[in-house]
Design a protein around this ligand. Structure first.
Ligand code: HEM
Length: 226
């Protein structure tokens, strides 16, 4: 079955051949998401514990941090979900993901020749995608429930208590997933340029996402300008 590929996925022949992976808008979208999550983590940790209160200095003091944090949350929610709707199909779980997961030792050991051929994303990337989607949903819902400036009159105190703890747990998990994501992006050499320049080498695509490369080639998506 030919895998669904996205509009910007195209082979650029030449030396070395490169393969387009993210267009400029998707990259802008991704980096707005990344910047907002980092700012949220810093401002959220500042509000979470007195020992990190000094972080409020980055946002112009305690009051400004408290006022800004929820709005940055709205920005993260909007930018992540614009990104989400561009990528969700390519992140749908497939049977091959279970095979890949069952060979996780070979993934970590660098024996990619023992792994099945993959589409645009592996199971690890899909895990990041879906867990971020779930956690950001939980964060925005629980965040609105504890946004006293606008919603204090509509939410009962017991509900707010549950929302505070839910919000904190989801935030800690999102920070863990974020660390995993950045680590994986750096650990797999040649991946970062997918989100900076927008393309990867054909060698990278052959090594890590061979089915994706084969499907692009099968559909003759070769840049005519080169
Ligand atoms: C400094 C922070 C970050 C770095 C260096 C980074 C790096 C990258 C790179 C290199 C890719 C391309 C991977 C590939 O196509 O194989 C990527 C994809 C992606 N990133 Fe990030 N990222 C960062 C922050 C974030 C944040 C905060 C989120 C979400 C809240 C996020 C969500 C995603 C998603 C959903 C993808 C597409 C992968 C998929 O759909 O499975 N990234 N990132």
């Amino acid at each position: 079955m030919v895998e669904r590929i996205q509009p910007g996925d195209v082979i650029h022949p030449g030396k070395p051949s490169t393969v387009g992976r993210y267009g400029p808008l998707a990259r802008l979208n991704h980096w707005v998401t990344a910047a907002s999550l980092i700012l949220l983590a810093l401002s959220g940790l500042a509000l979470f514990t007195p020992s990190l209160y000094w972080l409020t200095g980055l946002f112009g003091g305690g009051q400004n941090t408290r006022a800004l944090h929820p709005w940055i949350g709205v920005l993260l929610f909007v930018s992540f979900f614009i990104f989400f709707f561009q990528l969700w199909r390519a992140n749908l779980p497939q049977r091959v993901d279970w095979v890949w997961l069952s060979k996780i030792k070979d993934v970590v050991g660098g024996h990619e020749e023992r792994l099945p051929e993959l589409g645009k994303y592996n199971a690890g990337q899909k895990f990041i995608f879906w867990s971020m989607a779930g956690l950001i949903l939980v964060l925005i819902v629980s965040g609105v429930l504890i946004w006293e400036q606008y919603f204090a009159d509509y939410v009962d105190i017991p509900v707010r208590r549950i929302a505070v703890i839910t919000h904190s747990i989801a935030a800690v998990l999102a920070i863990c997933v974020f660390i995993l994501h950045v680590y994986a992006g750096i650990w797999t050499r040649g991946t970062l340029r997918a989100m900076t320049r927008g393309d990867v080498t054909a060698g990278w695509a052959w090594r890590h996402h061979r089915k994706w490369l084969r499907d692009i080639a099968a559909q003759k998506r070769v840049d005519p300008a080169e």
